[in-house]
Ligand binder design. Structure first.
Ligand code: ADE
Length: 240
């Protein structure tokens, strides 16, 4: 074999010099409510470990561990020091996402939580979205795809309703857009997974329906969350 040919064989084998894969390795889940996060923390056997990640003064909590070959971190914004309620909403969601992305450099960010749904939940969301396309994930898990509207109120004012409807949103939460905004700032691929607690245009008081269905929705979120993480195993962002 001529030296040139030998060399060309080596050149063809060159892919071994390139990164072996770009599979997802570190996943950051941002979850606003403890009731939504703790079932996943327990199921994934994650441990609380936030001392080196967040400033001492903040109530934010990080749970971490390895599951199905993925480094998984769940961060929650914790409780309000005075009122004792979960720090839901866009401000806490954005801040905790910012700090966690800086510290953990995730390959993928998932904002998981509950949301209010409209009766027309099946409507496919079209238009500007800052989350990544996940057609294979959606198909494999039989998920519904929709546009999410985020605001800082559980209830919906007439002005909110007008904006939500004019943008074809089919679900409504209190963190998703803020978390996706921060992920986009740092070019971290993001997806939002929401479990519906209440039908906004269903005629019942939202708070009552939300509280009644919270544990059922958290259970559904847990099951779907586990399936999503299983699906991510061995895949790259492009495989989703
Ligand atoms: N989370 C659960 N239900 C919600 C609603 N109706 N609006 C905003 N966030 C929610």
């Amino acid at each position: 074999m001529a030296p040139g040919e030998e060399c060309s064989v080596l050149v063809h084998e060159a892919p071994c010099l390139a990164p072996p894969h770009n599979n997802i390795s570190t996943v950051l889940l941002v979850i606003a409510m403890q009731a939504e996060a703790l079932p996943l923390v327990e199921a994934l056997k994650l441990s609380q470990d936030d001392t080196l990640v967040f400033p001492k003064s903040v109530p934010w909590i990080k749970y971490s561990g390895i599951h199905d070959g993925l480094h998984i971190h769940i961060v929650v914004p914790g409780k309000d020091a005075v009122l004792g309620v979960d720090n839901v909403g866009t401000v806490s969601g954005a801040l905790v996402s910012y700090a966690a992305i800086q510290a953990l450099q995730p390959d993928l960010l998932i904002n998981a939580g509950t949301a209010g749904g409209f009766k027309i939940f099946d409507k496919y969301g079209v238009g500007a979205t800052k989350t990544i396309p996940t057609p294979k994930l959606v198909e494999a898990l039989g998920l519904k795809l929709g546009k999410l509207s985020t605001g800082n109120s559980l209830d919906m004012s007439p002005q909110d309703e007008e904006v939500i409807k004019s943008n074809d949103a089919t679900i409504k939460d209190m963190e998703g857009a803020a978390v996706a905004y921060v992920a986009n700032l740092f070019s971290v691929p993001a997806i939002l997974i929401k479990s519906v607690t209440d039908i906004i245009d269903g005629g019942r008081p939202t708070t009552e329906e939300f509280l009644e269905n919270l544990s059922m929705a958290a259970d559904a979120l847990l099951k779907t969350g586990i399936c999503v993480l299983k699906f991510l195993n061995g895949k790259s962002i492009a495989d989703l």
